[in-house]
Design a protein around this ligand. Structure first.
Ligand code: TYD
Length: 234
């Protein structure tokens, strides 16, 4: 069974925002299409996107992050720079139209990889998160964060085994087991800080059982009953 809460109150916006997270090799990419299809079948208009990336500029930043050596704070700043553009150009406009945004990674990845993995100060990242994810609105600024995060959790040693069989690794995939152990701990810390947002998927299972957990999580949250119109708070 996935560890998942029922739907948490959502800020006043029309669309639904989901993010998919996990260490490299956890298998999240295999399930992205399934997630999108399940939501579409339930009546959602799904915008599938990714981080780093999701806009032409952010995709250029992605290429830098994945292939150029750089300082850890520089990595964190570039991840947030790409995120700002992604939010303003892609995510927020889609949410305003009532679409469902599914992002392959979002801010938890920066806390896990740059924070826990590379040792960038957690509090600095929290500050950047607030600054970057606050977007202008006619009435008052909104803090933009996923309504739900599906976290594919897998022991790092198993993920490493899976990655060895995969294609040529990028800068992150080529990291050591110790690095991924820290990254996994970073995800666990984020999940502990926001249990109502996280849905933990036990990814150390055959693919069909992982897919069942994903469906259960989406159903438990009420997302498979159709697009939700979040409550509007006075
Ligand atoms: P990934 O999402 O695994 O894409 P693919 O499946 O195409 O390889 O690759 C993105 C990599 O970027 C991943 O190793 C994690 C890393 N990353 C960060 O280090 N910080 C971030 O903020 C984000 C969003 C990703």
């Amino acid at each position: 069974m996935p560890t998942c809460h029922t739907a948490a109150p959502t800020p006043a916006r029309k669309g639904l925002f989901l993010s998919i997270e996990g260490i490299d090799g956890a298998g999240k990419s295999s399930h992205l299409a399934t997630i999108a299809q399940a939501l579409e079948a339930a009546g959602h208009t799904v915008v599938l996107t990714r981080e780093p990336g999701g806009t032409p500029l952010a995709e250029k930043i992605r290429a830098l992050l994945l292939h150029e050596g750089m300082d850890a704070r520089c990595e964190a700043l570039l991840a947030f720079a790409a995120r700002r553009q992604h939010l303003l150009e892609t995510i927020v406009p889609a949410l305003e139209q009532g679409h469902t945004v599914v992002s392959d990674r979002f801010t938890d990845a920066t806390f896990a990889y740059q924070g826990a993995g590379r040792g960038v100060d957690w509090v600095a990242l929290e500050w950047l998160e607030q600054w970057v994810q606050t977007t202008p609105a006619a009435d008052s600024p909104h803090f933009q964060s996923p309504d739900c995060t599906l976290w594919f959790d897998l022991p790092p040693a198993i993920a490493a085994e899976r990655l060895q069989k995969a294609r040529t690794p990028d800068r992150f995939e080529a990291q050591t087991l110790a690095f991924f152990t820290n990254v996994a701990a970073g995800y666990a810390r984020r999940a502990q800080q926001a249990p109502e947002r996280f849905c933990r998927i036990d990814a150390h299972q055959p693919i069909a059982q992982v897919a069942t957990q994903v469906r259960q999580c989406l159903a438990q949250r009420g997302y498979l009953s159709g697009p939700t119109t979040p409550p509007v708070y006075a």
